[in-house]
Design a protein around this ligand. Structure first.
Ligand code: FES
Length: 158
C-alpha cells in the first residue's frame, strides 16, 4: 500500500514532471516568475512541496482558458504560499477568471460586430466611413480603431 501523501512532502523535478506533464524548463520559468516555489536539497537540486502540484494545475487550467500569466501571478499573491489552495480559494479564483472570460467574450462579440462596419481607424476607405465617421470625427476620440476600444467592457487581450 502506498504511504499517505502529505501536502508538504518533497517531490523531485522528475516526480513533478511525471505528475503534471510540465517540462522542467517550464517549471523553472514558473518559479522565476514567482508562480511556484522550490526548496533545495544538499545537492542543490530543486524540490517541490506536494501542494505545488495544485498551483501548477491552476497554471495549466489558466493557460487553457487563455488567462495571461501576469494575471495568474497576481491572483496567486492572494493564495497561501505554504499550503494548497482551499476549495474557497478555488471558488474565488474561478470567479475572477470567469469574469475575465466574460469580459473577453464581450470584447470578441464587439469585434465581430464592428469588423463589418467602420472601426474608426482614420482610413475613411469604406463607404460606411462616410456614414459612421464623417470627416474623420472619431480622430478626436483617440488613436487607432477607436470604435473597437470604446466599449468600457472591452479588454485588450494582448
Ligand atoms: S474603417 Fe477606418 S475610418 Fe472607417
Amino acid at each position: 500500500m502506498e504511504p499517505f501523501a502529505h501536502p508538504n512532502d518533497l517531490l523531485t523535478v522528475r516526480e513533478v514532471v511525471a505528475r503534471t506533464g510540465v517540462a522542467p524548463s517550464a517549471l523553472r520559468f514558473y518559479e522565476a516568475h514567482g508562480l511556484i516555489t522550490t526548496e533545495r536539497n544538499r545537492g542543490n537540486q530543486r524540490l517541490y512541496r506536494r501542494h505545488m502540484l495544485r498551483r501548477i494545475s491552476l497554471i495549466l487550467a489558466a493557460r487553457r482558458l487563455g488567462i495571461p500569466l501576469a494575471d495568474v501571478a497576481e491572483i496567486f499573491t492572494t493564495l497561501p504560499a505554504d499550503e494548497a489552495p482551499s476549495h474557497r480559494d478555488w471558488v474565488r479564483v474561478s470567479r475572477e477568471w470567469k469574469r475575465q472570460l466574460e469580459d473577453r467574450r464581450r470584447y470578441i462579440m464587439n469585434l465581430e460586430r464592428q469588423l463589418t462596419a467602420c472601426i474608426g481607424c482614420g482610413c475613411l476607405s469604406m463607404k460606411l466611413c462616410d456614414l459612421l465617421n464623417p470627416d474623420d470625427r472619431l480622430r478626436t476620440r483617440g488613436q487607432g480603431p477607436v470604435r473597437l476600444h470604446e466599449s468600457s467592457e472591452c479588454i485588450d487581450p494582448a
